[in-house]
Ligand binder design. Structure first.
Ligand SMILES: *[C@@H]1O[C@H](CO)[C@@H](O)[C@H](O)[C@H]1NC(C)=O
Ligand SMILES: *[C@@H]1O[C@H](CO)[C@@H](O)[C@H](O)[C@H]1NC(C)=O
Length: 254
């Protein structure tokens, strides 16, 4: 298949995926349970249905500071976002051991669109308490402009579905993928501000992704899970390149 055809399929698949809302029903495929304490910056964004007060995990996010979290722009959905969502932190188990926070302010990138500038920050109440670092800690970010090399092991994290027709999972999953150079990733719409990662075998970590969650390389959050195309293919996942948005984050989290 030529890259052009592959790219067109990718774009079409992306649109279909978006239309069906699958991007907010994420999953980490091929992962394993993450131990408590290893990723204390990990947060779950929940949607709460006002009709019956039932709630469900819809996206991942990470702790930036006492008051702010980082997620994907595509996770900020609905006219009533601040009233029908909450955050859950401090535990790999969505059912116990964690704490809930209300979103009180949200900033989505001004240029966010279906496939670019996929970044947002949310201010939470109550703030995170960093006295127990096995539960809560800010995630280290890269320096402005940092570009990752090809072939480094990277971890994607999320509570998303593991297979297309199952529910989201109760315990945080981690999967290992490999970074791919921009020049070897035909699907980037904005290579300067995106990262590509996947596995040559496919089927690991890069199904519909756990949008808003992190791509971690050597302990640093280099990417925000943005989108992926097809679980059964070897096409990689696409991440927002955090190093392109360090100034944006600083300006919007004061
Ligand atoms: C949902 O929760 C709110 C606030 O706690 C409560 O006032 C309301 O009655 C609940 N609605 C249902 C359907 O349980
Ligand atoms: C792109 O992939 C090829 C084949 O796997 C590899 O040899 C090459 O080093 C990669 N390019 C970069 C810039 O890493």
């Amino acid at each position: 298949m030529s890259y052009t055809v592959q790219f067109l399929i990718a774009v079409i698949a992306l649109v279909i995926v978006r239309v069906e809302g699958k991007l907010v029903e994420p999953r980490i495929a091929g992962g394993s349970d993450a131990p408590q304490g290893q990723y204390p910056f990990m947060v779950s964004l929940h949607y709460m249905n006002p009709v019956d007060n039932s709630s469900k995990h819809i996206c991942g996010a990470t702790i930036l500071s006492e008051n702010w979290i980082l997620t994907a722009g595509g996770c900020i959905i609905g006219p009533n976002f601040l009233n029908d969502h909450f955050l859950y932190s401090g535990s790999v188990d969505l059912e116990s051991g964690g704490r809930t926070h209300l979103p009180i302010q949200v900033e989505v990138h001004e240029d966010y669109f279906l496939g670019g500038f996929d970044i947002a920050v949310i201010k939470v109440d109550p703030p995170f308490d960093f006295t127990d670092p096995s539960k809560w800690a800010p995630v280290p970010l890269p320096q402005t402009g940092f570009e990752v090399q090809e072939g480094l092991p990277a971890t994607v994290l999320g509570w998303g579905q593991e297979t297309p027709n199952t529910a989201t999972v109760q315990f945080l999953k981690a999967a290992t993928v490999s970074t791919i150079d921009d020049s070897n990733c035909s699907m980037l719409t904005d290579p300067a501000n995106m990262i590509c990662a996947g596995t040559s075998e496919g089927n690991i970590g890069h199904c519909y992704g756990d949008n808003g969650g992190p791509l971690i390389v050597e302990g640093v959050q280099l990417g925000i899970i943005s989108y992926s195309i097809a679980c059964e293919s070897t096409l990689p996942s696409i991440f927002t390149q955090v190093s392109s948005y360090i100034d944006w984050i600083a300006i919007h989290t004061v």
